[in-house]
Design a protein around this ligand. Structure first.
Ligand code: AMP
Ligand code: GLY
Length: 427
């Protein structure tokens, strides 16, 4: 089969690496890819959000199957367009992608289907939102409804701080608030306490096929300090995690059944961000794609054929997939980001040592924001730049190997890492 993979991050490098191993894959093309992806497969320079150009390319090249990595093309209806053209695709339709693209939709959906989540209300103006703060206790969780690249959530410690935030979320002009259109509708939620975890599953419109849990590290700096990022590292398995049955029965299965019953059958990856509270698992949010940096860890532990599972999902035949096989080993992913990320940062800096890192025991580097200079040098081209993944018999061994690669092989003075990825799993 001829496969087209959409995206350019570390997630897509890991997906490309895994899809390439499938006996079903004769040719893989990635749009637009990055320097690491271009080393292992063909890349075509079409942006991930250029739906028209992607569909045209898939038709012209007679692509048999499309895999969509990031959320933006899903929310723009890429799956709907490809399906209309008769091209098979793995991912949710624009309507089903509302589970990620509208937090208000998802919270109201949870209410309709009795799925455990934080108490909330939805507002379209600051006055009513501020009045609601009086019914809540600090800290206050304020969220933009739409896609905001992981930055649309503010946790305000005091009522005064929450009021200031609400003034910035809303504006007199539609789309004029600090998150643009994404913030025209704002949610205020109850603050949940507990341990956060990411759980992944595939769905085919009616059946849920559970994958595994992974732990992300969202804040930029050690000790969970600093601003929220897309994720600075991840690991799996998560020691002590034994809530899969409840997550399936109380959250994921009711979601897939509920979406089908409302007329939006969900096909693709369901990535549940969960808070493990005293009362049990509660949904923080859904994403409708693999997590980045979690995907890199999942792909290194997955022994089954990913492409085959995705094709079964697209055909509505996930029930026919047997047991998903995983490596018992631990995998850790440490993200190397450009200094300044998630704020402003330099691009075009030379990075050395990736080949040397790849030769080290258990280590594999997935690229994110990288590109090649004319002379072949590897250059930084984004905020998150490299993913140093390492496998080990234990989390401790995996952690040691990942940081050894960073310290002994990777040579990029403009980069930084968190030093405490997977630390809580070592206790
Ligand atoms: P989200 O983008 O919805 O996943 O939120 C980003 C982060 O904000 C989450 O990973 C949590 O750490 C935190 N968060 C979001 N909603 C809540 C909540 N209701 N209670 C406590 N923390 C929350
Ligand atoms: N790592 C979190 C995400 O991909 O949204």
């Amino acid at each position: 089969m001829k496969i087209l993979l959409i995206g350019s991050g570390g997630r897509e490098h890991a997906l490309a690496w895994k899809i390439n191993q499938s006996p079903l894959c004769d040719q893989l093309i990635c749009a637009p890819g990055n320097a690491g992806i271009c080393e292992i497969t063909d890349c075509v320079n079409i942006k991930a959000d250029d739906v028209g150009a992607l569909v045209k390319f898939a038709l012209r090249e007679a692509v048999n199957f499309v895999v969509v990595g990031p959320e933006v093309p899903l929310a723009l209806g890429l799956v709907d367009e490809l399906t209309q053209q008769g091209i098979a695709v793995f991912g949710p339709t624009e309507a089903a992608a509302m589970l990620e693209s509208s937090k208000a939709f998802t919270k109201d959906f949870c209410t309709r289907h009795d799925i455990p989540t934080a108490k909330y209300d939805v507002f379209t103006n600051a006055l009513e939102a501020k009045a609601y703060l009086g019914d809540m206790t600090a800290p206050f969780v304020i969220k933009a409804d739409g896609l905001a690249a992981g930055k649309g959530v503010v946790i305000a410690e005091t009522k005064a701080e929450a009021e200031t935030e609400l003034d910035e979320f809303f504006s007199d002009e539609p789309g004029g608030g600090k998150f643009g259109d994404a913030g025209d509708c704002v949610l205020i939620e109850e603050f949940m306490t507990g341990h956060e975890i990411s759980f992944f599953a595939l769905a085919d419109g009616k059946t849920v096929l559970p994958l595994i849990a992974a732990q992300d590290h969202k804040r930029a700096y050690d000790g969970d300090k600093g601003p929220n990022t897309g994720g600075m590292g991840a690991y799996s398995p998560v020691p002590g995690f034994d809530d899969e049955r409840r997550i399936l029965d109380e959250i994921l299965i009711p979601t897939v059944i509920g979406m089908a019953s409302e007329g939006y059958p969900f096909t693709g990856v369901l990535f549940a961000g969960l808070m493990m509270t005293k009362e049990g698992p509660k949904l923080i949010e859904y994403n409708v794609r693999f997590g980045d940096p979690e995907c890199q860890v999942l792909m290194r532990r997955l022994n089954s054929d990913l492409l085959e599972m995705m094709i079964f999902a697209a055909k509505g035949k996930l029930a026919d997939v047997g047991k998903v096989e995983w490596s018992p080993n631990a995998v850790v992913n440490v993200v190397v980001a450009a200094k300044g990320y998630p704020g402003s940062y330099a691009k075009g800096e030379t990075i050395k040592g990736v080949e040397a890192a790849n030769l080290m025991d258990g280590v594999q580097v997935f690229h994110a924001g990288t590109k090649r200079a004319e002379d072949g040098a590897l250059l930084s081209a984004g905020g998150r730049v490299l993913n140093i993944t390492a496998e080990g018999k234990t989390v401790a061994q995996a952690v040691k190997r990942a940081y050894a690669a960073i310290d002994e092989a990777i040579d990029w003075p403009g980069g930084f890492v968190r030093r405490d990825i997977a630390k809580q799993a070592l206790k």
